[in-house]
Design a protein around this ligand. Structure first.
Ligand code: HEM
Length: 333
């Protein structure tokens, strides 16, 4: 009891002091107090701040990594601008081009005579890569633009479900994407080796601005298609390597390395999406008869003469006698 009595003055002092202590905490920020996280001095420190940790994960000893601020600026601002421009720019440019040039027609119209262009294996490889690329692109863009564009439209709970599903799909479709990429490489590398004729094709831009039927000579693939092939091989390869390393954080590199991998992945993805928009345009509404090559695998003879004359003549020379046989075999596939 005497002990309690002795504590009374202490309690009394504490009670008196409480409002003053509370006021300290409640104080409204002064004119120099930070109003956002970015103004906190620690976030502005120009140097790396590291310490020592006794747990095995040594990278947790990094308290301040200034490059992280640049990376965050890239992720939150620049990636969206780069991806937005590379996505909408080609669509707008192609819309204008289409209005001016329209669909590139087959010179002299369709002959009705079929020429086998791509067999089952070629088309399987193409569509495996194409479908998985499109899924990777859409699910990746959900991650990039979701916070800015989708949350205001569909709300947080729906976006959570969508983002989670996108993330799983992005991981899962990396497998068919890489299989398709490897198949494309093996099947078509031989016909995509650059050659002298490609220079003429490039100089005249494939005759795209010329009259119908005036196309520079080309083998199985023209210079434009070769460009797409190598961009897909290297770009797709870079996406696969950076993507798998992003999937396994810190397995082979530290914080700085992970940031670089992410920047490479984001920028290469945006560039490839822009390229593939052009590729899809020319393979559909941009050029009459082009879709057949990857759709049924069979093109019209006049289309083949227009766009791949040398390849067509080679077909006549080497496989000409067997064309009917090959087409019968193809139809039975
Ligand atoms: C083997 C192939 C690929 C793998 C393993 C892969 C893996 C990844 C991983 C792990 C991420 C990080 C996702 C996260 O934030 O959690 C990512 C992001 C992303 N990927 Fe891929 N990816 C691949 C191919 C592609 C392709 C083909 C495209 C597009 C054409 C693409 C576009 C993107 C985009 C736009 C992001 C979001 C970047 C951001 O906003 O931070 N990826 N990818």
């Amino acid at each position: 009891m005497t002990k309690l009595l002795r504590l009374l003055p202490v309690l009394f002092v504490l009670l008196l002091a409480a409002p003053a202590v509370q006021a300290q905490f409640d104080q409204t920020p002064g004119p120099n107090a930070p109003t956002s996280k970015d103004e906190v001095q620690l976030y502005q420190t120009p140097d790396k701040l590291t310490g020592r940790v006794s747990i095995p994960d040594g990278k947790l000893g990094v308290l301040v990594q200034p490059e992280g601020r640049e990376w965050r600026e890239f992720r939150m601002v620049w990636l969206k601008i780069i991806a937005g421009v590379l996505f909408l720019g080609p669509i707008a440019a192609l819309a204008v081009f289409y209005l001016i040039r329209g669909t590139i027609r087959i010179h002299g119209g369709r002959s009705g005579r079929p020429v086998l262009r791509f067999g089952g294996m070629d088309r399987f490889a193409h569509w495996t890569t194409a479908v998985s690329f499109l899924i990777m692109a859409v699910t990746g863009l959900v991650v990039t633009f979701g916070r800015t564009l989708l949350i205001p439209l569909i709300g947080h709970p729906n976006f959570t479900t969508l983002a989670e599903a996108s993330k799983y799909m992005h991981n899962f479709f990396s497998v068919p994407f890489v299989i398709g990429l490897l198949m494309i490489f093996v099947l078509w590398v031989r016909d995509n080796i650059p050659e002298r004729a490609d220079l003429v094709w490039l100089k005249t831009m494939g005759g795209i601005f010329g009259k119908s039927g005036e196309h520079p000579e080309a083998g199985r693939f023209n210079a434009g298609q070769k460009g797409v092939f190598w961009a897909v091989v290297f770009g797709g390869g870079a996406l696969a390597v950076s993507g798998f390393l992003l999937m396994m954080p810190f397995a082979v590199t530290g914080i700085g390395g992970m940031q670089i991998l992410h920047v490479v992945h984001g920028v290469v993805a945006a560039l490839m999406i822009a390229l593939i928009i052009g590729h899809i345009y020319i393979g559909t509404i941009g050029m009459e008869g082009a879709f057949d090559a990857m759709g049924s695998g069979v093109v019209d003879e006049n289309w083949a003469k227009d766009h791949h004359r040398r390849w067509y003549e080679e077909q006549l020379r080497t496989g000409g006698a067997n064309q009917d046989e090959r087409l019968r075999h193809h139809a039975a596939e």
